[in-house]
Design a protein around this ligand. Structure first.
Ligand code: TXA
Ligand code: MG
Length: 302
């Protein structure tokens, strides 16, 4: 794939919006770092973010919306949280709040969690893209796994060149640091990641700072999970892959993008089924398969 770089303009945003509506991820500047944006309501588009980043694990992604009203459609922004939002949005603040049922956000975005990270970005390129697409955009930092966050289009090209179709270039980002993340999921506010916004009031009321990625809140099914299953025992819901059909399959054709897109929905389905245990067919450990296996192994270890 050839990666094009276009300077921020109306035309460039129109092209980016077209690619995103076709299910492709596009790199776009925000005021913090460049993000790799995809349609948060399209599970396969979200899987392509992970494919492009070559990330061996699934972390929940931040959902970008144009304004507070857009955020309210996706998550429950309570009174205390709303105050923070009104103070800092648009801006480099991400709020993790309870996800609204039926909001249409792909389960891969939240990695199966019942919470969602929401941000109203200030950067005109990201704002224009949100307007042009008319859908919420999931966007992690636009770097390959293990690389540092990109603050210039050149950083994105160096890291993801050949893996994504388009980078919108608007020069160096203003903040150069990822957004401050505050969780407002259980009554009080907790700082999950330090960033450009000082939240002294929160730090003083919270004892610890949890590093995102090490969150105890990672979704795992409540039932025992057996890996590399060729067929189901009588009391097992079998999650299929390729030639192993199972009770429901990640992908019949062996398409890893499709499998990643369905992973959390199927884990939830298996958990809610009448079967006492879950089994999962083997998934090849290449590309997105590594991230799928990482998640299945964690679920099996619980
Ligand atoms: O400034 C930023 O935040 C940039 C720009 C592109 O918006 N994005 C960014 O995304 O830094 P990323 O994926 O590199 O980091 C997002 C962090 C992850 O560490 C993830 O664990 C946390 O946000 N996160 C997202 N949703 C969450 C949730 N529901 N619960 C807990 N943590 C969450
Ligand atoms: Mg990152």
């Amino acid at each position: 794939m050839q990666t094009r770089v276009l300077s921020f303009s109306k035309q460039a945003i129109a092209e980016a919006a077209q690619l995103i509506l076709a299910g492709e991820p596009v790199a776009v500047p925000t005021e913090t770092v460049y993000g790799l944006a995809a349609d948060a309501t399209n599970p396969e588009a979200v899987a392509r973010i992970y494919e492009a980043k070559g990330r061996p694990a699934f972390n929940p992604l931040i959902v970008h919306v144009p304004d507070i009203a857009g955020a309210q459609q996706i998550g429950t922004v309570g009174a205390d949280t709303r105050e923070l939002a009104e103070q800092h949005w648009p801006g480099p603040l991400t709020l993790v709040v309870p996800l609204r049922g039926g909001a249409g956000i792909a389960s891969l975005v939240t990695a199966g969690l019942a919470t969602v990270g929401l941000r109203v970005p200030a950067h005109p390129a990201m704002q224009s893209l949100l307007q042009a697409v008319g859908r919420p955009l999931a966007a992690p930092s636009a770097n390959a796994s293990g690389a540092i966050s990109p603050t210039r289009a050149e950083h994105v090209v160096k890291s993801l060149g050949g893996r994504i179709p388009l980078v919108i270039d608007d020069g160096p980002t203003e903040r150069g640091l990822e957004s401050t993340i505050v969780a407002a999921t259980d009554g009080d506010l907790r700082l999950l990641r330090r960033g450009p916004i000082e939240v002294a009031a929160i730090e003083s009321t919270s004892g610890t700072i949890e590093a995102p990625g090490q969150l105890a809140s990672h979704y795992a099914p409540s039932k025992l999970l057996r890996l590399n299953a060729e067929k189901a025992e009588a009391d097992e819901f079998l999650i299929g892959f390729g030639p192993i059909a199972g009770h429901s399959t990640l992908t019949a054709s062996g398409d890893l993008v499709e499998a990643a897109a369905k992973l959390f929905d199927l884990l939830h389905q298996a958990d809610a089924s009448g079967f006492a245990r879950i089994a999962a067919a083997p998934v090849p450990d290449r590309g997105l398969g590594a991230a799928i296996n990482d998640r299945l192994r964690r679920a099996a270890a619980v």
